[in-house]
Write a protein that binds this ligand. Structure first.
Ligand code: NAP
Length: 284
């Protein structure tokens, strides 16, 4: 348990992801049919290509088939919507992902809304979000599920803890806040208008960042008792991946911290496939 650790604990996301992978491999081998996921991508954004490559690699390792449907940048919204409707009807597919971001001229919310909730393994339709709002069962995004997985794994008692989340996007910050409120944490959400960020972040028992700004969180934003979960991913200097936390300067000043790379990212992918296998288990 973290409570008894005196040195900073580095929360190794790769090791956690490997553990989840082993469980999923066993679950997939016990299923009557091979699970299938469709990933729909518009354009050729390098970051999206990388995320999708990681998902496909993970899928192969656990025996899941992935259909990567790539559209030209100029595709009409109706074509994507019509394909989603087709995949909704296709019983051989249990999960549908629309890789975000979409080009600005397309409406992500309109497109996502067409996904049948029981195939919404990214947890992005309003049905999934409503379930989270009401603390009912439903799919939550891989990143939110990854945060919960880390806290569970470390046996952190979330109820009554002060959680500060930096970032309020509908994709990451808000769903993660809701999931933690559902676990009875006291949650503060910070954003660009937050007046004194360091004052807020230092109050946290658990500090979660989902911003996308390297080194936003410095040693002046943290306190020794804290668990830091860095969801941010930014590519700097062409190919180096970094989080929101100034990791080298912060890591010895807190109780536990996720590195980037090798922290939340690998767990997020594993959690996405946990969602998919749960979708299958309900069908097969
Ligand atoms: P986003 O939509 O751009 O949201 C960023 C949030 O950060 C906004 O709410 C923004 O506030 C806030 N923010 C920006 N500058 C700030 C500042 N100086 N102080 C406080 N708050 C500030 O991004 P997103 O989609 O949520 O993604 C966030 C990060 O998570 C990105 O790096 C993304 O790549 C990463 N991500 C990682 C995973 C994973 O598996 N690890 C999964 C998904 C996303 P306002 O609302 O006021 O503008």
């Amino acid at each position: 348990m973290l409570e008894s650790v005196t040195m900073t604990k580095i929360l190794d996301g790769r090791a956690m992801s490997r553990n989840i992978e082993k469980t999923l491999l066993r679950k997939v081998s016990n299923l009557a049919l091979r699970p299938k996921l469709v990933i729909m991508q518009v354009g050729n954004k390098e970051e999206s290509n990388t995320y999708i490559r990681h998902k496909i690699t993970f899928a192969k390792r656990i025996g899941v088939a992935v259909w990567h449907k790539k559209y030209d940048e100029a595709v009409r919204e109706e074509s994507i919507v019509s394909d989603i409707k087709k995949y909704n009807r296709d019983n051989s597919m249990q999960g549908i992902i629309v890789q975000l971001p979409l080009p600005k001229r397309l409406s992500a919310s309109r497109v996502l809304e067409v996904i049948q909730p029981d195939k919404d393994v990214d947890g992005l339709t309003s049905a999934s979000v409503n379930a989270l709002l009401r603390n009912e069962s439903g799919f939550v995004s891989g990143a939110t599920r990854a945060v919960m997985a880390i806290l569970d794994r470390e046996k952190v008692k979330v109820a009554g803890k002060k959680v500060v989340i930096v970032g309020r996007s509908t994709l990451v910050g808000i769903p993660t806040a809701l999931a933690l409120v559902n676990r009875n944490a006291t949650v503060t959400i910070c954003h660009e208008y937050t007046k004194n960020l360091a004052e807020e972040t230092k109050r946290a028992d658990i500090l979660i960042t989902a911003v996308g700004k390297p080194k936003l969180i410095t040693k002046n934003h943290v306190a020794p008792r804290q668990i830091i979960i860095d969801i941010g991913i930014t590519v700097v200097d062409g190919n180096r991946v970094t989080g929101d936390v100034d990791y080298d300067k912060v890591k010895d000043k807190v109780k536990a911290i996720t590195p980037v790379p090798g922290g939340v990212g690998p767990i997020t992918i594993a959690c996405l496939f946990e969602n998919l296998i749960e979708a299958c288990a309900k069908k097969f």
